[in-house]
Structures are given as structure tokens and as C-alpha cells.
Write a protein that binds this ligand. Structure first.
Ligand code: BG6
Ligand code: MG
Length: 216
């Protein structure tokens, strides 16, 4: 029986992918190459430094920077990204999310955040959801990135729930793979062509009822 739900943040609770995209594109342009929305798909669920490596590969600039320079580039991108997210408002919570969280509460299901982002708490504060979760595991608390299951197993441990009693909501393939590796149920949020192997797939949380947590 499902006793807890673990939510990825970026792309599940809020659409921050557009802000990541704007900031990475600005960096790519400054380094002298183009970066498309399609390229941006490859960065979903991926850590900041790995994202930079992928970006440099796209620009054929792999191996051109020292570790120290790469750190500076990632920090610059993050400063631009933070300019966007520190202006976020409550109305940027994706449709149906708040109602679904409330439904889970009413039914005694625990809720957690399992995100790779080191900016997760800033975003949750801005959109007014910081106090809603039983556990928040973000990029500051983990040592292994998705598809490693650590972010989700840590969230389950903090809630004192068994992994098999947890369901993860994810918009990235790395996140779905992480949930499955943890022995949890995975519900993909997005398009079937981008997301494989999840137990269920939804396009969003609008009008979702408790039935969603029933598995055969
Ligand atoms: C994930 C995003 O949630 O967090 C990735 O999907 C992002 O795109 C990663 O790179 C790390 O985020 P941050 O905010 O720590 O740079
Ligand atoms: Mg995501």
C-alpha cells in the first residue's frame, strides 16, 4: 500500500526548466555557440556540473576549460538562474498540484521532495510550499546524482517509510530510473515518448484523484 509520495521539484511542482534553459542558453551564447530547447531536454534531472559538461559537449568545447574555470562558468549560470527564480510567484505552481497535495494529506499519505537542485528550498519558499512537506531532500543533502536512488531512499528514510510503500513523481528519465532502482513505484509526469518504464504516466495533476495511487 502506498504510504508516501516523493515529488521531484523542477518540472513536476513548477516549470523551472524554462529558467534553467534561459540561463544555460545565455552561457552558451556568451561562449559563442547556440543551445536549443531540444538540447535542454538532455539537462533535465541532471546535476549542475554534469549539465555544464553536456553543454560544453554540445558546443564542441569539451576539454577547453580547467576544473576551476568550469566551476566559475557553472556559478555564473546559477547566478542568472537565481535572478529568475527569486522572482517566482505562487501562481507558477503547476495546475492541480496544490489540490493533489491536499488530497494526499487528507488521506494520511506523507509527502516529500526529492530533487537534485541546490536551489530547491529557495523555490519552495517563493511559491509558499516550504512548510507542506514531511521531508525535503535536495541537492545539498546528497552525494550521488539521479539515476542513483539516494535522493529518494533518503526521503523515504526521513519519513520512516519502506521503499516499496513509496511512489515517486518524476519528469526525467534519470529520475524514473532512480525511483525504480530504489524499489519504489514511479509515475512519470510528461510525454510517453520521453519517459520509459514508469508504472504510470500522467500529463499533470489536474483532476487527479486517489485512484492514481492504486497499482495492480
Ligand atoms: C534538477 C533539474 O532538478 O536540478 C536540472 O532538472 C538541474 O536541470 C538540477 O541541473 C540541479 O539544479 P541546481 O538548481 O542545483 O543547479
Ligand atoms: Mg525534474
Amino acid at each position: 500500500m502506498i504510504r508516501a509520495c516523493i515529488f521531484d521539484l523542477d518540472g513536476v511542482i513548477v516549470d523551472t526548466a524554462k529558467y534553467h534553459y534561459k540561463a544555460w542558453k545565455r552561457l552558451a551564447n556568451e561562449l559563442g555557440f547556440e543551445f536549443t530547447e531540444e538540447d535542454n531536454e538532455r539537462l533535465k534531472g541532471v546535476s549542475r556540473m554534469t549539465s555544464l559538461e553536456i553543454l560544453l559537449e554540445i558546443g564542441n568545447k569539451k576539454g577547453e576549460y580547467t576544473e576551476d574555470e568550469k566551476l566559475k562558468l557553472a556559478t555564473k549560470k546559477n547566478e542568472w538562474y537565481r535572478e529568475y527564480i527569486t522572482k517566482m510567484e505562487k501562481d507558477e505552481i503547476l495546475p492541480g498540484v496544490e489540490g493533489f497535495l491536499e488530497l494526499l494529506r487528507q488521506n494520511g499519505v506523507k509527502i516529500a521532495i526529492g530533487s537534485a537542485s541546490k536551489n530547491a528550498k529557495t523555490i519552495l519558499e517563493r511559491i509558499g510550499l516550504i512548510d507542506k512537506f514531511d521531508a525535503i531532500v535536495d541537492g545539498t543533502k546528497i552525494t550521488k546524482a539521479k539515476p542513483d536512488p539516494q535522493v529518494f531512499t533518503k526521503a523515504a528514510d526521513e519519513m520512516n517509510e519502506k521503499y516499496e510503500d513509496c511512489v515517486v513523481f518524476e519528469d526525467s528519465q534519470a529520475g524514473i530510473d532512480a525511483a525504480l532502482a530504489a524499489g519504489m513505484k514511479a509515475i512519470a509526469v510528461g510525454k510517453p515518448e520521453n519517459l520509459k518504464n514508469a508504472h504510470k504516466i500522467i500529463s499533470g495533476f489536474k483532476n487527479k484523484d486517489f485512484e492514481l495511487l492504486m497499482f495492480d
